[in-house]
Design a protein around this ligand. Structure first.
Ligand SMILES: [Zn+2]
Length: 233
């Protein structure tokens, strides 16, 4: 009986050890990825893919994988209160060469807040991110629901970024096809597409959208890269 218990105990320990080693190697493989470094050619058509409402523990890693495999830089507008517990994921977004933008601390409609509340929503997100990435400077704000007033613009110390193509992924309940169709039909040079990294259909749609746009000659850029090219042009 004692020998049996010993054998069982040893087996359990070995399995736990193997699982820990495997998990560690998976995390290590992600962290050690090189940053995506695409040369931007201002003469070629370009598009900025943006992802709102993350980080999402389930879907953000899947999107990061697709972006890495296709060497596609993008911009993630993160919600401050969702950063807690997702420190590794946030670091991975930045170290992969993607841009991080401010999507406020608790995703409130800024147009309905007073000046002090607007400032708090913006600053609290920045402070939360600074605790994870002390040297990172956020350059753009995307107001939740695309809703803002002149007061929001004046209170924010960074420019607001909306979008030119709404992928509609937030209203899709079960099908990636309409997302694919919307983006491919509406995309134009200099376009900004809004997605949400919180559902499986966005992940599925991206697997078609990215190669299709590359085929059409589009290059992918972050919001900062897009605006830098537009200023020069
Ligand atoms: Zn949002």
């Amino acid at each position: 009986m004692r020998r049996k218990n010993l054998l069982f105990g040893t087996t359990v320990c070995l399995v736990i050890f193997a699982v820990v080693v495997w998990l560690f190697s998976q995390i290590n493989a992600r962290i050690r990825r090189d940053a995506i470094l695409e040369q931007v050619d201002p003469q070629q058509p370009m598009v900025a893919l943006t992802f709102d409402d993350g980080p999402n523990v389930r879907y953000t890693p899947q999107i990061l994988d697709i972006l890495y495999e296709t060497q596609t830089p993008a911009t993630f507008f993160l919600i401050g209160e969702k950063l807690a517990g997702q420190e590794l994921l946030v670091k991975e977004i930045a170290s992969s060469g993607h841009e991080i933008g401010n999507h406020t601390y608790s995703h409130q409609n800024l147009a309905k807040l007073d000046c002090l509340e607007i400032r708090q929503e913006i600053q609290k997100m920045q402070e939360t991110l600074r605790n994870i990435l002390p040297d990172y400077t956020i350059r753009y704000l995307r107001p939740p629901y695309g809703s803002y007033t002149q007061e929001v613009e004046q209170t924010a110390d960074i420019p607001l970024v909306l979008w030119t193509v709404d992928s509609g992924d937030w209203e899709e309940k079960g099908d990636a096809q309409p997302i694919i169709q919307t983006v491919l039909e509406q995309i134009q040079n200099g376009g900004i597409v809004v997605f949400h990294d919180d559902n499986p259909y966005t992940v599925e749609a991206l697997q078609v959208i990215i190669p299709a746009l590359k085929e059409k000659g589009f290059q992918f850029v972050t919001i900062s890269q897009l605006y830098a090219c537009q200023k020069k042009g």
